[in-house]
Design a protein around this ligand. Sequence first.
Ligand SMILES: [Zn+2]
Length: 243
Amino acid sequence: VLSGGGIKSAVAAARAAKEYQLVFVHINYGQASANRESEALDLLVDTLPGSRVVRVALPYLSQLRAAASEGAAPTKSETRGIVGTAMTAASVPPAVLRGLSPVLLSVGLQSALRFGAHRVVVGLTNTADASHLGLPGADAPPDSRREFLHAFNMMAEVLLQPKFDVRIEAPLMDLRYDEVVKLALRFRVPLDKTWTCERFGMQACGKCEACRARALAFGEAGIIDPGCAVSADSSPVKAGSQV
Ligand SMILES: [Zn+2]
């Protein structure tokens, strides 16, 4: 399971756990929230007996991001498009983002080969239908569309078969975020242990795009978010800088 410790991948994992023995793969590509995601994954894994976490660092991507950030400021429309993740314009140079998903999925494929797995599970959802949640940029980024995953799986097939049978599964692809939240309750996913915020801090900031999307999804689902313990007077969130 490619996971950043968020709700979507946790639900995808809970579903997959009924069929598979799980290895969570966390990828640090220089995102501010990487350490918090990693901590969340440790907590989630404890709730799924037999599963474990493998951490992959992509320091070269971080170098590219640092170099790109010295250039022009990213535009709002260029700041989405990671597997199950949305990021802030301030922290993400667009030059590296475009095309990052294939890199992450390829790490998933390699991890599957390493551990003898036949499936790589991702928590992608139907972001094209998120407009009813009032989310900005409602058009699904190209790398989270069904046709993209289909093309990636065709590539994997050409690359690996007949010797290996590994492909990407996106079991939540037909669901909206609020539907995933409801499914989380059904699968008894410990929502309080998930981490969605794009920033680094003890608490979710409640302001970034990912936090807002999460809040809207819980509102739409009619469920109180146990993991969104942001008080009105919470201290400012530290800017993440770990690489
Ligand atoms: Zn946030």
